[in-house]
Design a protein around this ligand. Structure first.
Ligand code: SF4
Ligand code: SF4
Length: 130
């Protein structure tokens, strides 16, 4: 059994020690290297091979063709288990895992994240002559 005098000494010592806890969420903790957080998709790199879709064990990622050599990705964060298999499977480094981990949502529709392709450089269809 711990003696009261020793306990008081420990309490007083702890007042001058650096706390073992952090002040999250007021102070952000840096995530370790290789942390698998929210995915990021770079449409410009995607070739639409869908290897990520094929290998995803949770069926959480969908790649859609939205133009000539243009693809967008939809990631269902409610399904994603952050395994990063899609990142490993992608031959073009179009997917990467970021350190972002604060993904909780009350609105489930916000858990479907769409990374749109940049269609600004796609020329408009020429107008048909009448
Ligand atoms: S594996 Fe990579 S290149 Fe292939 S469809 Fe998925 S994101 Fe695009
Ligand atoms: S991290 Fe895993 S579960 Fe999430 S989309 Fe990629 S392969 Fe699927």
């Amino acid at each position: 059994m711990i003696r009261p005098g020793k306990m008081i000494l420990q309490v007083l010592q702890s007042l001058f020690q650096k706390p073992a806890t952090t002040r999250y969420p007021f102070v952000k903790a840096p995530m370790p290297k290789g942390f698998r957080g929210k995915l990021r998709f770079t449409s410009e790199r995607c070739i639409g091979c869908r290897a990520c879709m094929r290998d995803c064990p949770a069926a959480a990622i969908t790649i859609r063709k939205v133009g000539e050599k243009k693809f967008e990705a939809e990631i269902d964060l409610a399904r994603c288990i952050s395994c990063a298999q899609c990142v490993d499977s992608c031959p073009r480094d179009a997917l990467e895992a970021t350190p972002e981990f604060e993904l909780a949502q009350l609105d489930p529709t916000k858990l479907k994240v769409v990374f749109h392709a940049n269609l600004a450089d796609v020329e408009d269809e020429p107008a048909t002559k009448t």
